[in-house]
Ligand binder design. Structure first.
Ligand code: MG
Length: 435
């Protein structure tokens, strides 16, 4: 069955969050990041990007490129709330997610299992509308038959759009791209391919698989060759959750008969199964670990075609594996674990899984650390005033502070200047700027 994978990516997330909650900044170039001499840009608004500013660029360089940009320190607490709202909306329509970053996720909506490209477009547009209603932010959505095509498509959808790559259209999309655009090709692999005269995805796809594995190694080569040919059946991998649930026990006295080992396996499987149910997930892989009294450890694993939560099925597999792993000597430790976890039982969507090694998922990028608490007022601080409400510091110095009173819901507000030690001004929670 053809798959539809979506890649959703909030547009210029940090800078957009600033423009959302500080309406004066809408339509203006905004840089978010470290403001000190060694500061790095964490995010740039579309207006600043048009001047050449980019995230991960030194702030000084970005300010030279976009001299009228408003530079602000990150407000992690605000971004976290918006990120949670974003994921809440997406998860409601598409429970199977692979979170890539605080502003970026893959989704494989069950509703699209049999859909045509136009249905996918309509679904994506609906999701975009919901994200905007709930978060106030623009999200771009790419869709295609696998994660790689969906991710490239969301880049083409920006800003604030949808790009659907119809099934069968993968090769036309990928062919002209540089090999670097492929998943898993870093600078080293790229240099190797360049030396071999392979610069584009089309050139990589044209090689025989043996030529690719000779260049890049067996483990990565075959997977990359498939990706270059538009074949991408890698499943979505839920992040930020344990990759397995397990239970194990070390015995005071080594077990020496099969009946005792089987009883232990049954008990451990039941313990791991409780954790599986508690995590609201199903497991495909059962693993058993047995350590003998001579401390040799044997592990056995078996992967089912479909994920299951059925205790009898999981226990039977564990028993079979335990028998196969039994040492000649006594048994000192037994462990049972369930992995290949999915939030929903997704067998229908993944009729076959590739044997290619899946690169370990990258950790979700961290939000930038908030700067240490400043002394005095600093540009970008959230403030509250009993009369004027919530605002933000536009500038401070010479014993004065200028505050713009506005939030996400007020429209552009007025700026007022106070003495820096005016007791009516207090620090406020950045999240209040959403109200
Ligand atoms: Mg983004």
């Amino acid at each position: 069955m053809p798959r539809w994978v979506l890649h959703l990516d909030l547009d210029s997330f940090f800078a957009s969050a600033e423009q959302l909650t500080r309406p004066t900044l809408r339509g203006r170039p905004v840089l978010v990041g470290g403001l000190g001499p060694r500061g790095i840009v964490a995010g740039a608004s579309g207006e600043a990007k048009a001047h050449g500013a980019r995230s991960a660029m030194p702030m000084g360089q970005a300010r030279r490129l976009s001299p009228h940009a408003v530079a602000l320190p990150p407000r992690t607490a605000l971004y976290r709330v918006l990120s949670e709202r974003f994921f809440g909306v997406v998860r409601a329509s598409a429970p199977v997610l692979e979170q890539v970053a605080y502003d970026e996720t893959f989704a494989e909506p069950e509703a699209l299992a049999d859909a045509g490209a136009e249905d996918v477009r309509a679904f994506a547009e609906r999701l975009r509308t919901e994200v905007r209603e709930v978060t106030g932010l623009a999200v771009s959505v790419g869709a295609g038959s696998g994660k790689q095509v969906a991710k490239i498509a969301s880049g083409l959808a920006k800003p604030d759009g949808v790009h659907v790559v119809a099934h069968g259209g993968e090769q036309a999309l990928l062919d002209p791209l540089p090999v670097r655009a492929l998943w898993g090709i870093g600078p080293v692999a790229e240099a190797t391919l360049h030396r071999a005269g392979v610069d584009t995805v089309a050139a990589l796809a044209a090689l025989e698989v043996g030529e690719v594995t000779a260049l890049l190694g067996t483990a990565v080569g075959s997977g990359l060759h498939r990706l270059a040919r538009g074949i991408d059946d890698r499943p979505l991998v839920e992040r930020g959750e344990a990759k397995q649930v397990s239970a194990e026990t070390t015995f005071d006295d080594d077990l020496s008969d099969l009946g005792a080992v089987r009883a232990a396996v049954a008990e451990l499987a039941e313990g791991a199964h409780r954790r599986l149910l508690a995590s609201h997930r199903a497991a495909r892989t059962v693993s058993v670990k047995i350590r003998s009294s001579s401390f040799g450890t044997t592990s056995r694993a078996e992967t089912h075609a479909v994920a299951t939560t059925d205790l009898a099925t999981l226990t039977d597999t564990a028993q079979r594996l335990a028998v196969a792993a039994l040492p000649d000597a006594g048994v000192r430790l037994v462990g049972v674990s369930f992995s290949g976890l999915t939030t929903a039982v997704q067998e229908a969507l993944f009729p076959e899984t590739t044997a290619d090694p899946e690169p370990a998922p990258a950790p979700v990028a961290a939000l930038p650390d908030p700067d240490p608490a400043p002394r005095g007022w600093r540009t970008g601080d959230d403030v509250a005033h009993p009369e004027h409400g919530h605002g933000w510091v536009q500038g401070a110095g010479h014993g004065r502070v200028t505050v713009r009173f506005e939030t996400a819901t007020t429209g552009p507000g007025r700026a007022r200047t106070f003495r820096a030690d005016d007791p009516a001004l207090t620090r406020a929670d950045p999240v209040d700027a959403l109200a």
